[in-house]
Design a protein around this ligand. Structure first.
Ligand code: ARG
Length: 277
């Protein structure tokens, strides 16, 4: 049998990131955070700079949101909003420690002149929403169980006019959708099935028969917390098995070291919001 590796085409992206200048673990709102473990903010900043340079070297446009003193988790820019076709569905954080971030993201989109819709329901932006423009004509996948209220899924569908598929997260270590599932191109995903209820696993198998299924070790290394342009897949360096699976499927893994931010319960995707004009 001849194996044919598909040629994957990258698509230029626009991203929003925020430097971890004020990053610290002073409260614990997910199982990865431990206030007793010291954080090296300088190291976090150095690793984050490596991520920014990687995104730039791949030819993407990268906006930087100025960090606000006191907002320790603001580096996790993915949580600030979710945009599709130039419409921004704003975030409304579950935990009071992060509430103030939403308005700072809103100001950013207002400056760009994008249509911003303020949410009534609790939701953490791209932490719990992802979009696949070429799947079923344009499909939103949405997670619930820990942060985002399922009512926000219906609200997002009304705001964005795209079908939203609700997926139930059932393992607290995978408290945001983007810790357990990622778009790897415009129509396919990689995911870790056991982070989801068995019904949601069935739904994902039906919608994405060709998905890349991650192993436990890679999922626990935050391997699925990745950013892909359709060809280049920027993922945590620790997720070596997933990198091999991606390469075998014709993608180009681009490993990045971001271990210091794992202390906050996040990795690459958490740090990167995609702007979809
Ligand atoms: N400490 C942050 C929180 O618990 C981490 C957020 C990670 N972001 C993400 N998109 N998964 O809210």
């Amino acid at each position: 049998m001849v194996s044919v590796t598909q040629h994957r085409m990258p698509r230029k992206r626009t991203y929003l990131i925020c430097p971890p200048e004020h990053f610290a673990v002073e409260y614990a709102i997910n199982p990865w955070m431990d206030t007793a473990t010291p954080v090296d903010t300088e190291l976090a900043l150095k690793q984050w700079t490596g991520l920014r340079e990687t995104l730039l070297s791949l030819g993407h446009e990268v906006h930087v949101l100025p960090p606000e003193p006191g907002l320790r988790d603001m580096v996790f820019a993915a949580n600030g909003a979710f945009s599709v076709d130039g419409t921004v569905y704003g975030a409304r954080f579950k935990h009071p420690q992060r509430t103030a971030e939403a308005a700072l993201h809103r100001e950013f989109y207002d400056r760009l002149g994008w249509r911003y819709v303020a949410p009534s329901e609790t939701n953490e932006g791209e932490g719990d929403f992802t979009y696949l423009p070429e799947a079923y004509g344009g499909l939103v996948l949405a997670g619930y169980g820990y942060r985002t209220d399922p009512a926000a899924h219906a609200e997002a569908q009304e705001v964005l006019a795209r079908p939203v598929v609700s997926l139930h997260l059932t393992d607290p270590r995978f408290y945001h959708l983007d810790t357990a599932l990622a778009s790897i191109d415009d129509s396919n995903i990689a995911y870790f099935p056991t982070a989801f209820s068995s019904a949601s696993q069935t739904v994902l198998r039906q919608l994405f028969p060709d998905a890349i299924v991650a192993a436990d070790a890679d999922a626990l290394a935050f391997g699925l917390n990745l950013v892909s342009d359709g060809r280049n897949v920027v993922l945590p360096a620790e997720a070596t098995g997933l990198a091999e699976q991606l390469a075998a499927a014709g993608y180009r893994p681009v490993p990045v070291e971001l271990a210091e931010l794992k202390k906050g319960g996040g990795s690459i995707k958490c740090c990167v919001a995609e702007l979809r004009p």
